[in-house]
Design a protein around this ligand. Structure first.
Ligand code: IPM
Ligand code: MN
Length: 353
């Protein structure tokens, strides 16, 4: 099977190299048959006019899965001030209708949390389901600035969009073991329905959908309260469902509780296609130095394999990765001194065991 590989900017190519080496090892030694087709696509190549967004989308539609490295160069901006890479990232999410952004928050073995007393996956292990096809971000394609005086962005919440993301969250909860603290399977609708009508509507639809899932507890929390809860009681969380921009902000907060953005991996999926990517950015400040932590890219690759129907290879990757960290091979963000390539080599070797 061919998969589309987008190399990105900054640390993108370095960490993608780690992801594709792992795929190659699975092909060579484990009988997987996945062929990564690489595209040098990111802010730079868009800026140089090498690719047009419409053409990339057309190409992307030929694949079932896309593995995407972080994209972005803060220097490359549109006249309105937004970053050009974001036009592509958001076009991929919106135009391919990858409506569910799945963002696990998991404290991996051997990784330390800044939260006192939290030591393993048994203490922090939940998933943020970020609505990925509407919300405030849909205004990226609209929005207006008038006479350098007035700026307007609108939030879009639809019945269809809310129903499908709520269902997605409940279906996911059904497959989990529940909250680490007590095994309770729940979905927390996270919004600001106390302030905005659009969020009150989101909550109403969520509550309608919840009636179809008797085995899962529906919970409700305002987004500001959730920011606090994620720090004080993460062991009580199982699945969170939220609007696009809240999901963006809360997923970085969640990442910081499990060792940082280097551990934040994700899937953007529709019912027929998936794009898998780290939650973090292209980190231009450390690009080209072979020091980036490739874990999020590697775990995104594992998530892709699982989604493509190979959960056993996800386990193979996770086992080798966890072992690598547990024996003390750590990148600088984890307090170690392993380079990106040394860390990756260790994972490759551990896959044999
Ligand atoms: C993310 C990123 C993106 C977002 C940017 C790069 C468009 O921060 O995936 O979380 O804001 O969604
Ligand atoms: Mn983000």
């Amino acid at each position: 099977m061919d998969i589309m590989v987008l190399n990105g900017d900054g640390i993108g190519p370095e960490i993608m190299d780690a992801g594709t080496k792992i795929l190659k090892k699975l092909n060579d030694n484990f009988g997987v048959n996945i062929n990564p087709v690489k595209y040098d696509i990111g802010a730079r190549s868009l800026d140089q006019g090498k690719y047009k967004i419409e053409n990339i989308l057309e190409e992307a539609r030929k694949y079932r899965a896309i593995l995407k490295a972080p994209m972005g160069d803060p220097k490359l901006r549109n006249t309105g001030g937004t970053e050009i890479a974001l036009d592509l990232i958001l076009a991929l999410r919106f135009d391919l209708d990858l409506y569910a952004n799945v963002r696990p928050v998991r404290l991996l073995p051997g990784v330390s949390s800044p939260l006192i007393g939290y030591k393993s996956m048994d203490s922090i292990n939940y998933t943020i389901i970020r609505e990925n096809s509407e919300g405030l971000y849909s205004s990226h394609f609209g929005g207006l600035v008038l006479r350098d005086e007035v700026a307007i962005d609108n939030q879009t919440i639809t019945r269809k969009g809310t129903e499908r993301i709520a269902k997605f969250a409940f279906d996911l909860a059904l497959k989990t073991e529940g909250a680490p603290k007590n095994g309770e399977r729940s979905v927390v609708c996270t919004d600001k329905s106390n302030v905005l009508k659009s969020f009150a509507f989101f909550r109403k639809i969520f509550s309608e959908v919840s009636l179809e899932y008797k085995q899962i507890k529906p919970r409700y929390m305002y987004a500001d309260a959730m920011a606090q809860y994620m720090i004080l009681n993460p062991e009580e969380l199982n699945v969170i469902v939220t609007e696009n921009m809240f999901g963006d902000v809360l997923s970085d907060l969640g990442a910081s509780t499990v060792g940082g953005l280097g551990f934040a991996y994700s899937a953007n999926v529709s019912d027929s296609m998936g794009m898998f990517e780290p939650v973090h950015g292209s980190a231009p400040d450390i690009a080209g130095r072979n020091i980036a932590n490739p874990t999020a890219m590697i775990m995104s690759t594992a998530m892709m394999l699982d989604w493509l129907g190979y959960p056993e290879y996800r386990k193979t990757i996770e086992k080798a990765l966890f072992k690598t960290i547990e024996i003390g091979v750590k990148t600088t963000d984890m307090g170690g001194n392993a380079s990106t390539s040394f860390f990756t080599e260790n994972i490759l070797n551990n896959m044999d065991q």
